[in-house]
Design a protein around this ligand. Structure first.
Ligand code: FES
Ligand code: FES
Length: 80
């Protein structure tokens, strides 16, 4: 059974990603190293989401954990 994710913040985290590099987005909201997983999901039944960057650019990782396009922000935080 999975717990519901908690809101880390009601705004995205802008992160400069590097092409070809993989990132593990925190889906549970409990990580202290937002927006990335630090292992704190251990007892939640939630797993991080892997994101592999296709280009060097700034992407907006979801902080509210309610995005339908996770791990990226889709604006859902505006309705929370
Ligand atoms: Fe949140 Fe790992 S700490 S998914
Ligand atoms: Fe979650 Fe924008 S921060 S949808």
């Amino acid at each position: 059974m999975s717990d519901a994710p908690i809101i880390a913040q009601k705004a995205p985290y802008p992160i400069e990603v590097t092409a070809g590099k993989s990132y593990f987005w925190c889906a549970c909201g409990k990580s202290s190293s937002q927006p990335f997983c630090d292992g704190s999901h251990k007892d939640t039944g939630i797993s991080p989401t892997k994101y592999t960057a296709e280009a060097d650019r700034t992407v907006y990782f979801c902080g509210c954990k309610a995005s339908a396009k996770a791990p990226l922000c889709d604006g859902a935080h505006n309705k929370l």
